[in-house]
Design a protein around this ligand. Structure first.
Ligand SMILES: Nc1ncnc2c1ncn2[C@@H]1O[C@H](COP(=O)(O)OP(=O)(O)OP(=O)(O)O)[C@@H](O)[C@H]1O
Length: 334
């Protein structure tokens, strides 16, 4: 069980203007600015849950994971993981958690993966029989047999990521923190990693907290999302409910010749579209129009557009999870 109550973290960051003069001045009189990375965050995650922790860059996701894993001490608030305070009882706490940072490695670069694994076994004091059993299981599920004798630096990103995940699980932790676990992987490797995590949760009931910007990871793995923005938890809810909330929005992709159509109530030009500029030399314009079906039927939106311009092609799509997240960021102004 993970219980986070009113956690706050502020960083002090040195600031100075550009230029040599300013650099010299800053030696004598250094100026600091405070960045509130986490502002009174609270949530509870039950055993065996898989939760997506999402938010834009700089929202506070990594700071939270660092606090949960005991690397960082908060300024205020409390956190209990399986009854322990992570930063106070680190040695016991790390036995309960596994951490995978997609952009950083926990493997020794120049030695075969198996040697790294043996070192990790020593660090966590895993019993020889338990280690052998776990290694066998992970080798099979993560398809490691061909690569265990290769040094990490000679592996492809996808192969290394499978080894990283294996390394984080050698001591059979109850909780797994995954930070961008599929970043940079090809489609096949992404699916392999996702399937493995699903299987891990199903077989061992491992709690998974997934931090990612990849909405397909979120969709494949989690039922619940926590949205963080500017250091605050803005939403904690079921993924399907959040998606339902946005399912009333349909996106029309409209190719047209003639005047740029004017939007009416219930219709909006998708952010990023610049109709005047996109209306090119070909004489064809393309518009992405979002229709709020609670206000306007899709058929009404199409008639409204066709009464103003000549439509040469049109397609209708529901909101993808990426659209939903963009909608959430817009709604919460983050
Ligand atoms: N060690 C640090 N020193 C100073 N400021 C920091 C430090 N770590 C994080 N911050 C600041 O705290 C805020 C939250 O950062 P954090 O890394 O937690 O965000 P994030 O949601 O993980 O972002 P991203 O998606 O880009 O990884 C940012 O404004 C960041 O600049």
């Amino acid at each position: 069980m993970i219980e986070v109550t009113g956690v706050t973290k502020t960083f002090k960051v040195a600031r100075r203007s550009a230029g040599l003069g300013e650099a010299l001045k800053s030696f004598v009189h250094r100026q600091y600015q405070e960045v509130r990375a986490l502002d009174d965050i609270s949530f509870t995650i039950g055993d065996g849950e898989m939760v997506g922790y999402i938010g834009p860059n700089g929202a506070g996701k990594s700071s939270t994971i660092k606090i949960l894993s005991g690397i960082l001490t908060p300024d205020g608030g409390n956190c209990l993981i399986n009854g322990r305070v992570p930063w106070k009882e680190r040695v016991e706490h790390v036995k309960d958690i596994g951490v995978v940072f997609g952009q950083r490695s926990q493997l020794w670069w120049d030695v075969p993966i198996l040697d790294s694994y043996e070192l990790i076994r020593d660090i966590y004091r895993v019993k020889e029989t338990d280690y052998r059993k776990k290694l066998e299981e992970l080798t099979e599920l993560l398809d490691l047999s061909e690569i265990l004798k290769t040094p990490a630096r000679q592996l492809s990103l996808g192969q290394r990521m499978r080894c990283e995940i294996g390394a984080s699980l050698l001591h059979s932790p109850k909780i797994l923190f995954l930070d961008e676990p599929t970043i940079g992987l090809d489609a096949v490797s992404k699916i392999a990693v996702r399937n493995f995590i699903l299987e891990l949760n199903r077989q061992h009931g491992t709690t998974v907290i997934l931090t990612t910007h990849d909405m397909q990871d979120i969709e494949a793995l989690t039922q619940r999302i926590l949205l963080i923005g500017k250091g605050k938890i803005l939403l904690d809810g079921r993924l399907d409910e959040v998606k339902d909330r946005f399912s009333r929005v349909k996106q029309l992709t409209v190719q047209y010749t003639g005047a740029v159509p004017v939007m009416t109530a219930g219709m909006d030009i998708a952010s990023g579209d610049k109709p005047d500029r996109d209306y090119g030399l070909s004489g064809q314009g393309i518009l992405h129009v979002q229709v709020n079906t609670e206000v306007l039927k899709v058929s009404e939106a199409i008639s409204c557009l066709s009464s103003q311009t000549e439509i040469t092609d049109i397609s209708v799509a529901g909101a993808s999870l990426d659209d939903v997240v963009v909608g959430l960021y817009k709604q919460y102004e983050i």
